[in-house]
Design a protein around this ligand. Structure first.
Ligand SMILES: NC(=O)c1ccc[n+]([C@@H]2O[C@H](COP(=O)([O-])OP(=O)(O)OC[C@H]3O[C@@H](n4cnc5c(N)ncnc54)[C@H](OP(=O)(O)O)[C@@H]3O)[C@@H](O)[C@H]2O)c1
Length: 372
């Protein structure tokens, strides 16, 4: 992918000079839309103008719950009522629909003239992801994947301290948690997160976190191998993806990505020659610990040395989950940016490509795979 060089990062002609809130339209009224609405409620620089969902009554109930003025049963209705230049315009569309609709919804919003934030995973296939990037370039609009980790203080601390370990050899990243939707599946239901027609499964839902963190820190890997356990419905319940870096700065590094929707996980760790840096969670690291001679620069303590690099982060409180990501989106849109420097589109495309290759190894196929 070459789009970062083709897309200008800031376009001063659309820079916002007023300090009015950035106005959002929301697609989807489910779990992530609630997190988003709660974050907007705490962010003075943001406001939700309208919401649309598959069912009008769900959109209406969501609008009532979050004090949103307009609810629609289709994207077309929302786009027509709140297009650029209208009386009540939306600046940015937040796409929180099921994975299989991300590409379609994002491209429709970009073509209608809106900036767009798309929930993770960005798309189902690399060709969908590339089409989204091309649509943003053609429309000259902002586009970003809502992978919240990029904007987390714990990930900033990782970026700052990992170089202290010297050359890394082995990294194990884990995102594993028992899914409440697993209970629904086991009792005969097929929630979206397990539905192959909607792009469900553990890789797409949770595997994205370790894979994206690896790409964020080390770039796109040279090789991908994966194993996994399939459910009868055709998606994976858990698995392992190994990212191998053969050349360049990280030559020899292997990143083992563990993901599971059937059991709780373990901590993640980064290991160099003598030091290990461990984190409690690769979605939003809070407890961060360095062990080994690099800790506190204490060579005398050797492997016993220990340094606490933890960050204060009340990630589970309502409105806090997406707070850093939302603030950054508002800042970027206000500045006239077309993508995020911290989480550029090339990384989202790379993550989708890795997940697609991993799915091929594991045998998870989506209808979108038939389209190339
Ligand atoms: N960033 C994070 O940490 C995070 C966390 C969770 C989920 N996510 C992502 O967010 C996305 C949604 O997940 P979720 O858990 O929120 O799912 P969810 O609770 O099932 O909600 C999905 C919503 O999309 C709506 N929808 C379905 N088809 C639509 C259509 N054609 N047009 C408009 N709306 C449509 C549904 O409408 P109805 O309700 O009317 O049926 C529902 O409100 C997924 O991509 C997921 O990966 C991100």
């Amino acid at each position: 992918m070459s789009e970062p060089s083709r897309m200008s990062n800031t376009v001063p002609t659309t820079r916002r000079t007023d300090d009015a809130p950035i106005r959002f339209g929301v697609i989807g009224a489910g779990f992530i839309a609630r997190w988003f609405a709660q974050a907007v409620a705490r962010e003075p620089g943001a406001q939700i103008v309208a919401v649309t969902s598959a069912r009008r009554e769900r959109a209406a109930a969501f609008a009532t719950e979050h004090g949103i003025a307009h609810a629609y049963a289709s994207l077309e209705e929302m786009f027509a009522a709140h297009g650029p230049g209208s009386q009540d315009p939306i600046d940015v569309i937040h796409v929180g629909s099921p994975n299989s609709l991300h590409a379609q919804h994002a491209i429709a919003a970009l073509e209608a003239g809106f900036h767009v934030v798309v929930e993770k995973p960005f798309a189902l296939t690399r060709s969908q992801a590339e089409a989204m990037v091309e649509a943003a370039r053609a429309a000259d609009r902002f586009l970003m994947e809502g992978w919240l980790s990029a904007f987390e203080p714990g990930v900033a601390r990782l970026r700052e301290h990992l170089p202290r370990l010297g050359r890394l050899h082995r990294v194990v990243l884990s995102k594993e948690q028992f899914s409440s939707r697993m209970e629904v599946y086991r009792s005969g239901g097929l929630p979206p997160a397990f539905d192959p027609a909607l792009g469900g499964g553990s890789l797409m839902d949770l595997g994205i976190y370790p894979v994206s963190l690896a790409i964020h820190l080390f770039g796109e890997p040279d090789r991908v191998t994966a194993t996994g356990t399939l459910l009868e419905c055709g998606v994976d319940a858990r698995g392992t993806v190994v990212l191998s870096y053969d050349c360049g700065e990280h030559a020899g590094l292997e990143v083992v990505c563990l993901h599971s929707k059937t059991s709780p996980g373990m901590e993640s760790s980064f290991a160099g020659d003598h030091d290990v840096l461990s984190i409690d969670d690769c979605q939003w690291p809070r407890r961060i610990e360095l062990r080994g001679p690099a800790a506190n620069g204490d060579q005398a303590q050797g492997a016993q040395a220990h340094e606490d690099l933890s960050v204060e982060r009340d990630a589970e409180a309502p409105g806090h989950q997406l707070a850093y990501e939302l603030a950054e989106v508002c800042r970027l849109v206000r500045a006239g940016a077309r993508q995020s420097d911290l989480h550029p589109l090339s990384r989202s495309v790379a993550a989708v490509g890795v997940l697609q290759e991993a799915r091929r190894h594991v045998g998870v196929r989506f209808p979108a795979d038939e389209q190339g």
